[in-house]
Ligand binder design. Structure first.
Ligand code: HAM
Length: 429
């Protein structure tokens, strides 16, 4: 048989290997605790949704919908489907579908994989993971402040420093319309400075031009009419109150009038958390979305953070220890010892200990090598000798300060093995 080609994963879609698990767990546990402490309840929506949900929700003239969605036709029934590029639209769809908003507002959170066909680079992947929170049915700036405070608490609890908050107000649609007209007039007057993307978006979505990554257009964009100049009294009051609330809680921020976000559903408050030149989290208010997706009009706000980007900051802050280890590694040799070892491992697990039972035979020397590599604190040794005597040998693999091969050992009765192991571990602490 010819040698088979070695298969590789899809570009931009990463395997998350066991060595990264401690860091993921720390993030996931911290996030779950924070969400609970603010009264958010977890929701799990499908990874696949109807394509039209995102077209209608995120907006037809956005990077995500125009060029980044993994869309396909279901070969079995012809439905147009898409792997979710984000979760706000799906969560709102689910809330409407299950009448969740009829008995008052809801605080919901989620985590899971999202899919965008972007050019892969550090911090940008085609399958990435988000944690998000959505406060549905809340109109006031107090809810905006709450989701921002929730973020701040997550950064604090994760040990992250140097995460900066930028905020802006996008006002209401009539205010944006007036601004849009002014922008079109401005860009029309400067047609010769626009790149192809900008020319294409000039009439369909001129606001998105402000989002350009093209350096040659930066000064043009800098001098463009600012939305703040078009905001009415109510929008300004909403924004002012949010700023007061943040100041009252000592959350530093900068107002970035160029912050427009890449999705069309936002109004009033938008915000981003930035660290090391990357946006790790983005969100804001999206009052129009629930009605746009067929629900009874209700205000809402929320955010999503990019897990991979946050993990990178945690790594940089020295949060990564590969804590993969167990309490006990059981080594054994001989048929009778194998039975005793299986039995001993099960009883130790009954006592909530993490136990790795040696599998695959081999001499004691090779087995101890595995035991050392497992990171176990203690080895339980069962050979013919021990089993004949109704005993086990405990061998300390690490000293109190963690150094390998502490070398101590002791024979203990098999009948009291669990207690002896628990004692040995407790005495170490
Ligand atoms: P977004 O700004 O598109 O917002 O994404 C939120 C975060 O996901 C980004 O700040 C970034 O950290 C991460 N992210 C986005 N794309 C990628 C990628 N290709 N690779 C790695 N990380 C990425 C939303 O998704 C909105 N649904 C947020 C929201 C919730 N607004 C209101 N509620």
């Amino acid at each position: 048989m010819s040698k088979q080609e070695k298969l590789q994963g899809v570009r931009g879609m990463n395997d998350i290997l066991p060595a990264d698990e401690p860091l993921w767990r720390r993030l996931e546990d911290t996030v779950a605790d924070c969400m609970r402490s603010y009264g958010y309840r977890r929701i799990r929506t499908p990874i696949v949704e109807h394509t039209r949900l995102f077209v209608r929700g995120i907006g037809e003239v956005t990077d995500i919908v125009e060029k980044e969605m993994y869309s396909f036709t279901d070969a079995l029934n012809g439905e147009e489907l898409t792997l979710r590029p984000e979760s706000t639209a799906g969560v709102v769809r689910a809330a409407i579908e299950h009448n969740m908003l009829y008995d008052g507002p809801k605080r919901l959170w989620y985590t899971g994989p999202m899919f965008r066909h972007e050019k892969p680079q550090k911090g940008r992947y085609r399958q990435f993971h988000q944690v998000g929170a959505e406060a549905l049915g809340f109109a006031g700036p107090d809810a905006d402040a709450e989701v921002i405070l929730l973020c701040q608490r997550m950064w604090d609890d994760l040990g992250l420093t140097g995460v900066r908050l930028e905020i802006n107000s996008l006002g209401q649609s009539d205010e944006r319309r007036a601004h849009r007209e002014a922008l079109i007039a401005y860009f029309e007057a400067n047609q010769q400075l626009l790149d192809e993307d900008a020319k294409r978006r000039l009439y369909s979505n001129p606001l998105r031009i402000l989002d350009t990554k093209n350096k040659a257009m930066q000064s043009l964009v800098e001098a463009a009419p600012k939305l703040t100049e078009f905001l009415g009294a109510e929008s300004l009051a909403h924004f002012e109150r949010l700023k007061q609330l943040l100041l009252s809680q000592n959350v530093p921020f900068t107002v970035n009038p160029r912050l427009v976000r890449g999705l069309d559903y936002y109004n009033l408050t938008v915000f981003e958390w930035v660290a090391d030149g990357l946006t790790i989290c983005g969100g804001g208010r999206y009052d129009p979305l629930i009605e746009m997706l067929g629900g009874r009009a209700a205000p809402a706000c929320g955010f999503a953070l990019g897990i991979e980007r946050v993990l990178e900051l945690m790594r940089a802050a020295g949060e990564l220890q590969d804590a993969s280890s167990c309490d006990v590694y059981v080594v054994h040799q001989g048929d009778a010892a194998q039975l005793a070892a299986l039995q001993a491992a099960e009883r130790l697990r009954d006592a909530a200990l993490d136990v790795v039972l040696h599998c695959g035979g081999g001499g004691f020397k090779a087995q101890f090598k595995r035991a050392d590599a497992s990171g176990a604190f203690l080895a339980v040794v069962l050979g013919d000798d021990e089993v004949a005597a109704g005993e086990a040998t405990l061998k300390w693999l690490r000293g109190a300060d963690g150094e390998v091969g502490a070398g101590r050992q002791a024979r203990v009765p098999l009948s009291g093995l669990v207690e002896s192991v628990i004692d040995a571990i407790a005495n170490d602490e």
